[in-house]
Design a protein around this ligand. Structure first.
Ligand code: GLN
Length: 308
C-alpha cells in the first residue's frame, strides 16, 4: 500500500512545479545554467523515515544553509559566551550580503548574514587549510548521514566573484573581529558554501536538528541539545534575513535558505524538510521552496502559533 505521506508529497510537487518565477543564482555558472523546472521535496521524521518526491536526488550547492551548521560547530568548539562576544544574535533585517557591522565594535548582528557567517567560520577549530574545512565537511556529512563533498568548480566561482565577501572579511579584520588572515577564513567559507547536497540530504540534516542533534538514521550525535537550541533560535529570528518577519507569520518554523536553491526547515521534535528548486526570489530564497513550505505548514498546522 502506498503511504499517504508519499501521495501528499507527489501531489504537492505536481501542484507547485508550474510556479515559474524568480531567477537562478548568477555568480556560479553551473547554478546559473540549472534547469529552472527542477523541483524536489523530501521529509525525514525523527524516527528516521524518509519520504521524497520530484528531483530530490539532484545535487546543488549548500550555500547559506551551511551557516546554521558552522554556527553549531563554533558553539560546540568555543561555547556560547565566546561566540556571542564575536557575533550577536539579533536580527538585522538586512539582506544576507549587507555590510552591516555594529557601530564602534564591528561585531556582526547575527551568524546568518555573511559578515556573521565568515566570522563563525574563523572561530571553528582547525585554523584554516585542510583541517578546518575537513572538520566542516565531516560534521555536515554526519548530519546528512552520508559522505558529502565540496564542488571545486563552485568553490572557484565563489572565490572569483566574492568581492563583497572579501571586503567584509577585511573589514572584520580591521575591527579585530577576525583575528587571523581573512583569506583563510574566506577560503573555508567559500568551500562550505560549495558543498554539494540533495533535497534528501537537507531533510536528514534538518531532521538531525529536529531530533536534538542526533542523526535519526545513523544514531550519531552531531550537536548537543543546548547547541541545537541556540541554532534553532537564531534560525527562527534571522535565518530568512530581511524576510524573517514575514516568514514568521506565514510559516512559523526555523528555516534557512541558500542561493543554490535549497531550503531547509526544522519541525522540532517531529521532522526535517528539504526542498530544492533553483529560481530564487529577491531575498535569495527558492520560490517554489517557499510556496511548498507555506503549504506544508498550513496543511499540517505546524506554525508555532497553531494549536495542535
Ligand atoms: N555564497 C553566497 C554568498 O556568500 C551564499 C549566499 C546565500 O546563500 N544567501 O554570497
Amino acid at each position: 500500500m502506498r503511504s499517504p505521506v508519499q501521495d501528499y508529497l507527489d501531489r504537492l510537487v505536481d501542484q507547485i512545479r508550474p510556479v515559474d518565477e524568480g531567477a537562478t543564482y548568477q555568480a556560479v555558472p553551473s547554478a546559473a545554467a540549472m534547469d529552472r523546472n527542477l523541483f524536489g521535496l523530501a521529509l525525514t521524521t525523527v524516527e528516521g523515515h524518509c519520504y521524497a518526491s520530484g528531483d530530490a536526488e539532484h545535487p546543488f550547492s549548500l550555500q547559506s544553509i551551511s551557516k546554521a551548521f558552522t554556527y553549531g560547530m563554533a558553539l560546540e568548539d568555543l561555547g556560547p559566551d565566546k561566540v556571542h562576544e564575536k557575533i550577536d544574535v539579533e536580527p538585522s533585517g538586512d539582506p544576507f550580503n549587507e555590510i552591516s557591522l555594529q557601530a564602534g565594535t564591528g561585531r556582526p548582528d547575527n551568524p546568518m548574514i555573511n559578515a556573521g557567517a565568515i566570522t563563525t567560520t574563523s572561530l571553528i577549530k582547525g585554523r584554516g587549510g585542510r583541517d578546518r574545512i575537513g572538520r566542516i565537511v565531516n560534521t555536515f556529512s554526519d548530519a546528512a548521514g552520508r559522505d558529502l563533498k565540496v564542488s571545486e568548480s563552485v568553490f572557484k566561482a565563489e572565490d572569483k566573484t566574492g568581492h563583497r565577501n572579501r571586503a567584509l572579511a577585511w573589514l572584520l579584520r580591521s575591527f579585530g573581529i577576525l583575528e587571523s588572515d581573512p583569506e583563510l577564513s574566506l577560503q573555508d567559507y567559500f568551500r562550505q558554501c560549495s558543498i554539494l547536497v540533495t533535497a534528501k540530504d537537507l531533510s536528514m540534516m534538518a531532521a538531525t536538528l529536529a531530533n536534538q542533534g542526533v542523526n535519526p538514521a545513523t544514531g550519531e550525535r552531531v550537536f548537543s541539545p543546548q547547541v541545537v537550541r541556540w541554532v534553532l533560535s537564531v534560525m527562527s529570528t534571522c535565518g530568512m534575513y530581511d524576510d524573517a518577519g514575514t516568514w514568521a507569520i506565514e510559516v512559523g518554523l526555523p528555516a534557512k535558505s541558500g542561493v543554490g536553491g535549497g531550503l531547509l526547515v526544522v519541525v522540532p521534535g517531529q521532522m526535517g524538510v528539504g526542498v530544492f528548486s533553483p529560481p530564487l526570489d529577491e531575498h535569495g530564497m527558492s520560490v517554489r521552496g517557499g510556496v511548498a513550505i507555506k503549504q506544508i505548514a498550513t496543511d499540517f498546522g505546524l506554525h508555532y502559533g497553531d494549536v495542535p
